[in-house]
Design a protein around this ligand. Structure first.
Ligand code: MG
Length: 457
């Protein structure tokens, strides 16, 4: 017995060191997610009015996607798609009410294996920072869904409005600071109510940097979901009034500063080359908010719609020394981040779970083309459009907010996104073969969808 103990004592440091060495090789994963940021709102995506030097540098050092998609056209289903790697209707997180509200009974079901749970199971430290919006009830909250730490808002900053809030205050360039009663929470406890919104970006950033420093031994996963640029729009005094694009631009410029701080912290801790950082947005710009609504650039429509402006968003992947600088026109989406992160972590995919994304490693690290696959544009539980290669067919269309009811298209509208990225010229009549291929892809996808309890309605 003594010999065995002696042997164990001798081996244990070696074993521990071995485990540590293996851990050190597994990359950290940081997802930075803007809220309602449009395709045309960053310098590196062509904005002439919003200065984003840190994101521009991140894009110049990393891989910038021209054709990157959010998982849905609005907030809740988009976030569910990101964290489950599945279109939101598979988890019941897509529906007619569009997103969760403070009075909603549902939320992300506990049985869903989130990216945080999968990575935590593989030994990752996990943190959620920023907006959640996937449920406020037991089983759906960040600490219930695989995050060991959480700091942020339970839902959008425009929810929980004061009863006497004047109409139009949400989209105002000068919203009242005490107009919304949404609480800032830390590890499940309310630490401030109403949340002081002008300080959120700064405080989220401090939390992210603190977590990076505390967990630098790695590996770690941070899901950093900014509150802005979602209305009501706020920025700290250092950024307010500084951009050409009003308070919207100010809040994006502060968000850009935040990205710079996170990347600088990774560099300072010698972690940059071993951390995959992905930046994106949960949906397109909220155009009905006017000057506070951002821009989808050359893309049609915005948040809430399945035109390109609603779901094609900035997408930047950064891992200096591992991801070569460049631009890719390959189609990818946030659905791909789940399988990519699991592959990098050496984590097993959840059993009996159909994932909708593709492992992006061949593209990220070897610049190999991805296999052709369809992408489905859901509005609620319905497929409004489908992209295959450069082609996109619309079966129904509707503006994001405030417009007429959905217009069905039979035959579907067909656009070539290379020749016509703004979706102006319907060429369906000349390409029946393409439509048939897209229809077949839709049918094949539908056959994989199982009915689950609806969480939003
Ligand atoms: Mg949003």
């Amino acid at each position: 017995m003594k010999h065995i103990l002696t042997l164990f004592a001798a081996l244990f440091p070696l074993l521990a060191a071995g485990l540590h060495a293996a851990d050190a090789k597994r990359p950290n994963i940081v997802i930075i997610y803007a809220d309602d940021l449009g395709y045309g709102d960053l310098g590196c995506y062509g904005s002439p009015v919003i200065r984003t030097p840190h994101l521009d540098k991140m894009a110049a050092e990393g891989l910038r996607f021209t054709d990157f998609y959010s998982g849905a056209e609005v907030c809740t289903p988009s976030r569910a798609a990101l964290l489950t790697g599945r279109y939101a209707l598979r988890s019941g997180m897509a529906g007619a009410r569009r997103v969760l509200f403070p009075n909603s009974k549902g939320g992300l079901p506990p049985a869903e294996v989130t990216l945080a749970e999968a990575l935590k199971g593989a030994g990752y430290a996990t943190a959620h920072i920023g907006k959640w919006h996937l449920g406020i009830h037991e089983g759906s909250r960040p600490l219930d869904q695989g995050f060991e730490e959480t700091f942020g808002l339970p839902y959008s900053n425009d929810m929980d409005a004061r009863a006497d809030l004047p109409k139009g205050a949400t989209g105002s360039p000068t919203p009242p600071e005490d107009g919304w009663n949404v609480a800032l929470q830390h590890n499940g406890k309310v630490i401030e109510q109403p949340a002081v919104q002008t300080t959120l970006t700064r405080r989220y950033t401090e939390q992210a940097v603190k977590f990076i420093r505390a967990k630098k031994g790695g590996p770690f996963f941070i899901y950093f979901a900014h509150t802005f640029p979602h209305v009501p729009m706020f920025a700290s005094p250092a950024f307010k009034g500084k951009s050409r694009a009003g308070i919207y631009g100010d809040s994006v410029e502060e968000l850009d500063w935040s990205v710079g701080e996170v990347l600088a912290a990774l560099r300072a801790e010698q972690l940059a080359e071993n951390t995959l950082v992905v930046f994106s947005s949960d949906n397109g710009p909220w155009l009905i908010m006017g000057n506070q609504g951002g821009s989808a650039g050359l893309l049609k429509d915005g948040k809430g719609s399945t035109w390109e402006g609603g779901m094609r968003v900035p997408g930047i992947a950064w891992m200096p020394g591992k991801i070569a600088p460049g631009v890719t026109t390959q189609m990818a989406s946030v659905l791909d981040l789940y399988p990519t992160a699991l592959a990098l972590a050496g984590a097993a995919a959840p059993k009996d779970t159909l994932l909708d994304g593709t492992d992006l490693r061949p593209l990220l690290f070897e610049r190999k083309p991805l296999p052709e696959r369809p992408f489905f544009y859901y509005r609620g539980e319905q497929i409004f459009a489908c992209r295959l290669g450069e082609w996109k067919a619309h079966f129904q269309s509707q503006t994001g907010y405030g417009g007429p009811k959905a217009e069905p298209h039979d035959p579907p509208l067909l656009f070539h996104l290379g020749l016509d990225p703004s979706e102006k010229r319907n060429v369906a009549a000349a390409h029946a073969d393409v439509l048939a291929r897209i229809q077949a892809a839709v049918e094949a996808h539908r056959a994989t969808v199982k009915a689950v309890p609806q969480q939003l309605n």
